[in-house]
Design a protein around this ligand. Sequence first.
Ligand SMILES: NC(=O)c1ccc[n+]([C@@H]2O[C@H](COP(=O)([O-])OP(=O)(O)OC[C@H]3O[C@@H](n4cnc5c(N)ncnc54)[C@H](OP(=O)(O)O)[C@@H]3O)[C@@H](O)[C@H]2O)c1
Length: 257
Amino acid sequence: MRIGILGGTGPAGRALAARLAAVGFEVVVGSRSKYRAMEIVDTLLGHWPEHQLTIGAAENSGAADSDIVVIATPWDGATQTAASVEDKLRGKVVVSMANALTRLGKEFQPLVPPRGSVAASVQAAVPQCMVAAALHHVPARELGDLSHPIESDVLICSDHPSAIQVTSDIVDKIPNMRPLNAGELAMATPIESFTAVLMQLNTHYKTRVALKFTGIRDAEAARTTQAPGAVRRDAHPPSRDGVDPPTDSSSTSEHPA
Ligand SMILES: NC(=O)c1ccc[n+]([C@@H]2O[C@H](COP(=O)([O-])OP(=O)(O)OC[C@H]3O[C@@H](n4cnc5c(N)ncnc54)[C@H](OP(=O)(O)O)[C@@H]3O)[C@@H](O)[C@H]2O)c1
């Protein structure tokens, strides 16, 4: 499975690229400039030669040709970036990890984008893709440090059960990361804004925190990240024929640097 990362040249995108490639995914780092993407890819490959990472470089439109597409731009560029490759996103799972935050003095404050979250804005801009909001709380430095495992729960929400499943299956391939089904895409509003709290903790405690929830058994977490009727957890791209129906809330059961 090939995973393309739009805005993949930043700390978050390049860290995710390295980590996903380290667990066997083919990754394409996207950028507004193919040369910037090539520089980042050269840096990653040079930094982790022992991992034999499969990472390519492309403009964002080339990265959007991938099976699964991650949006790792700043919040105010996410919707426009997604819309610019709309034709390539149709029927695909699109993972939005962008957080709308601003800094006021020493405080991080959440911003409320149109439709309540970056992820919902992206879904509205490209209605024929299946947006999953995820990975908002994973600190980039730890994510990109392949010499250490990264321990974190990853909250995932979407209006499309198969998007939750596909995203969960990808996260589940990363040792010590646990995907959790957080419900419908409306949950992206508190999930994205909660990142401001984590940033505040990082500032107060001079660290980089990650999330771990108690009280959810791993088996139950695994069960609730599967789309209804799913029998296996292998990640696979969704059908491109169309978008699956909205999640039935009764059946549904993620900057840190
Ligand atoms: N840093 C973290 O620890 C972390 C963790 C979880 C989630 N996040 C979220 O992930 C996203 C990326 O974080 P980051 O720290 O990597 O951000 P970043 O460095 O500010 O931006 C990432 C990349 O996006 C592209 N970009 C910048 N402005 C853009 C615009 N207006 N339109 C389109 N593309 C633009 C740039 O790539 P090109 O110039 O090469 O196109 C840049 O390298 C953010 O939304 C952040 O909230 C970050």
